[in-house]
Design a protein around this ligand. Sequence first.
Ligand SMILES: N[C@@H](CCC(=O)N[C@@H](CS)C(=O)NCC(=O)O)C(=O)O
Length: 343
Amino acid sequence: MAKTVKILASITVASAAMMAAQSASAAESTLDKVLSNGVVTCGVSTGLPGFSNPNAKGEWEGIDVEYCRALAAAVLGDKTKVKFVPLTAKERFTALQSGEIDVLSRNTTWTLQRDTALGLNFVGVTYYDGQGFMVKKNLGVKSAKELDGASVCIQSGTTTELNLADYFRKNGMSYKPVVFDTSAQTAKGFDAGRCDVLTSDQSQLYALRVNLKDPSSAVVLPEIISKEPLGPVVRQDDDKWFNVAKWTLFALVNAEEYGITSKNVDEMKKSTDANITRILGIDGPKGSGLGIRDDWGYQIVKQVGNYDEVFERSVGSGSPLNIARGVNALWNAGGFMYAPPIR
Ligand SMILES: N[C@@H](CCC(=O)N[C@@H](CS)C(=O)NCC(=O)O)C(=O)O
């Protein structure tokens, strides 16, 4: 009985938040709000190297941060016009539903439930990830199949929690969850020996390992147990903003495909390849259909760069994470990254 009441109460809270968000969006598109306020409010993590993390100077860095900077460059012509709001995994969807943020760019996995019942829309995929495990080297474990009975450090409000349960059940193994609210707490718990194993999206295992007291004391196991397509999220029924959010991502990827970089973008304006000049807003639909400035694509590449530049300096060879492009390479280089044409 008590359980039914609790479930009903949480459904009511969720639908009230959705109704509030829907009436807010019917009254005013987020695009209009951003244009009139002159700032994009972007929900990020509380701190996750490579994705969204404040550097020593307190400036936010990472792929998810750069996506929001690209959005500000496209809409406002200035990548610095972003207000970052740090959110835990549990807080993130309410912050978006209630209108506290304009976009959620926080290593968030695109799932059916989130894309539908939560009243949200996924913009696309900025990073294809999958869930993995990191163990203490002295445990001597070589495969996730040897983890029966292990204690596992994990973060609440994530797909990670659900996948872990599925994986252990499927393999007839038991585990003891040790649950935390932020990745810093999770990593600290692992470092302090609160658990044998830490599980999260694999990119994050490398990020968290860099910050352990002794990074060589831990190893990442080979198994990937899930699909975690990570991407930005906006509210449903907010199509003008959804369009701008989608095409910002597509411009980053298309610019890489056509070899336009932050360094050569001014030269590229004179290109005889119409695919290139359309991305830069010299010809083609420009900003008319989106309802933003004609040079939105140029501003993205000039101020932020293309997808490759963002990837390499955030999580790739220009970062301590040193992750290879792998499945995040372009579609014509053996990966999954593919953007519809700008024409
Ligand atoms: N991609 C998964 C996991 C996302 C997640 O929140 N992972 C943690 C584990 S490292 C994290 O990023 N924490 C950052 C923070 O605590 O702010 C999801 O969308 O549920």
